[in-house]
Ligand binder design. Structure first.
Ligand code: MN
Length: 298
């Protein structure tokens, strides 16, 4: 699936208030059935990493958070408007495994650029930022200038605060995203995870040189076109994600424990066992967290 194809698909689902309790595609999602998924070669979902999931877009937000927590999947709950932050923050703050990220989605900037001050007002409450970024797909190109302005201010604010980890959307805009990161968020001031990255191999090398990580989902590994790119990403920068509920597993919206399929795909690409690959991702997350630890010297 190309970036071009997925942009409208995703667009149709991100454009309304994200903190609603309805499933984005109207299909029921029984997130109460949150028992950990069995994982091949003897592990379970405990300790897997879903670094980009929209828990607030499932039919029952609280149940989705509880299910991720019960499954033991380290889940980054991204948001699309800053108005969704307080509830996401409240629901995740009592958990061991779920963390909320403060977002302003590029597909919503056309209507919601005015919410930037709200976003900025919450920034001190979080270590995690997203979903933010740029979308130059046909449906959102009209707001591309406003998106660049907002993303620039997001990066500048994160650089000022320091220690933030950002999950970044880049549809048909890899070079523009990297230009802004290079200009406004030097690696000592924060780290970027490129979510569902579909740039070129040269873009990927440049991103790695800028200190970026990559969160890979199962859909990226299912397409012949993108698999060579994923294979070229540095293994020590790989994280995993579902981007649920915008991806499907077994015909229903993906849940955090479904991230095992991304781990399986990466394991095949790198000729490792699923258990080994899950360990690589865990180590990478640990490194990312260490790189963004607040400097004790200030
Ligand atoms: Mn997303």
């Amino acid at each position: 699936m190309s970036a071009l194809n997925r942009a409208p698909h995703r667009a149709s689902r991100v454009t309304s208030e994200p903190s609603r309790d309805a499933s984005p595609n109207g299909s029921p999602h029984n997130s109460r059935d949150g028992s950990p998924a069995p994982v091949p070669d003897g592990t379970d979902a405990v300790g897997l990493v879903d670094f980009h999931c929209h828990l607030d877009l499932y039919e029952d937000h609280a149940a989705a958070v509880a299910a991720a927590e019960r499954a033991g999947v380290r889940t980054l709950a991204v948001t699309t408007t800053p108005r969704a932050w307080p509830r996401n923050h409240a629901l995740s703050s009592g958990t061991r495994h779920v963390r909320a990220a403060l977002g302003l989605h590029p597909q919503l900037v056309g209507e919601r650029a005015g919410e930037f001050p709200i976003w900025e007002g919450y920034l001190a409450e979080t270590r995690y930022v997203g979903e933010v970024g740029l979308d130059a797909g046909p449906r959102f190109y009209g707001s591309f200038g406003a998106q660049q302005a907002v993303f620039t201010r997001v990066l500048q604010a994160c650089a000022r605060h320091g220690g933030k980890i950002l999950t970044v959307h880049s549809v048909r805009a890899a070079a523009a995203v990297l230009d802004l990161i290079e200009a406004h968020l030097p690696p000592p001031r924060g780290r970027v995870v490129l979510h569902w990255f579909t740039g070129s191999k040269a873009d990927a090398r440049r991103a790695a040189d800028l200190g970026c990580y990559f969160s890979v989902n199962a859909a990226m590994l299912q397409t012949e076109r993108h698999r060579p790119l994923v294979a070229a990403l540095p293994i020590d920068r790989l994280l995993t994600e579902t981007d649920g509920p915008f991806t499907a597993t077994a015909g229903r919206p993906s849940r955090p424990e479904d991230v095992v399929h991304a781990v399986e795909g990466l394991a095949r690409l790198h000729s490792r066992s699923v258990r080994e690959m899950a360990g690589v991702v865990r180590t990478n997350l640990r490194t990312l967290l260490a790189e963004t630890e607040p400097d004790p010297e200030g």
